[in-house]
Design a protein around this ligand. Structure first.
Ligand SMILES: C[S@@+](CC[C@H](N)C(=O)[O-])C[C@H]1O[C@@H](n2cnc3c(N)ncnc32)[C@H](O)[C@@H]1O
Length: 195
């Protein structure tokens, strides 16, 4: 098997793993009433852009080979780094879902009896699920042998991240007040001690 083929297969496994982790939380979340939300046209657009970069474009490439002119020939070393980033992404993704539990939401919602989670993976980082998405987007860039479909995840998720983090933190501050401000002061966003 070539590195290019291995990379594409690993990407498919990453998407399957990602959905398997998320599915039970998605089902459970439907049963809890949303009390406050920041959903709207801007959030829908952000999510569509991210889905295009992380799912639609790479999915089309893996299924059809398009865009053919942008194909690359990755080394085994690059694929190995991609698999390491993929493993990190899935471990982080699982930990964040477990920690958020009933408070999980795909978008910006405050559910009934919503509590602020500040322990476990949320102790030093306030957006560890977004750290997982960055690792996933990096894995995609390394694994997919295509210079459009590969980096599309970094661009798509980067746009969602940059545009969502402000509204999300404002929503959390409006809901949890001083407790969130204190939490924000002692945590980093996505990389412990750095950013
Ligand atoms: C897609 S999740 C992303 C969570 C977080 N930004 C992260 O990267 O880990 C968004 C939802 O998580 C909830 N949320 C975010 N941080 C939280 C926290 N520390 N405690 C409880 N709920 C949180 C918000 O209500 C929001 O609807």
């Amino acid at each position: 098997m070539t590195p290019a083929m291995t990379g594409s297969i690993a990407w498919v496994l990453m998407v399957v793993g990602w959905y398997a982790i998320r599915y039970p939380f998605e089902r459970r979340a439907k049963r809890r009433r949303v009390e406050r939300t920041r959903r709207g046209p801007a959030e829908t657009l952000r999510m569509a852009i991210s889905l295009t970069g992380l799912g639609i474009l790479p999915g089309i490439f893996v299924a059809t080979g398009w865009p053919d002119f942008a194909r690359t020939d990755p080394s085994w070393g690059r694929i190995a780094f991609g698999v390491a980033a993929m493993a990190l992404a899935l471990v982080l993704f699982r930990k964040t879902h477990k920690a958020l539990g009933k408070m999980w939401s795909v978008s910006l919602d405050i559910r009934e009896k919503h509590e602020l989670v500040t322990s476990g993976i949320y102790k030093r980082l306030r957006h560890p699920m977004y750290s997982a998405f960055w690792a996933m987007a990096l894995a995609q860039a390394l694994l997919l042998p295509n210079w459009i479909a590969g980096p599309a995840g970094l661009v798509g998720f980067g746009i969602l991240f940059a545009a969502r983090i402000g509204p999300e933190e404002r929503m959390m501050e409006e809901t949890f007040g001083e407790a969130y401000r204190a939490y924000k002061a002692r945590t980093a966003r996505i990389i412990p001690g750095l950013f």
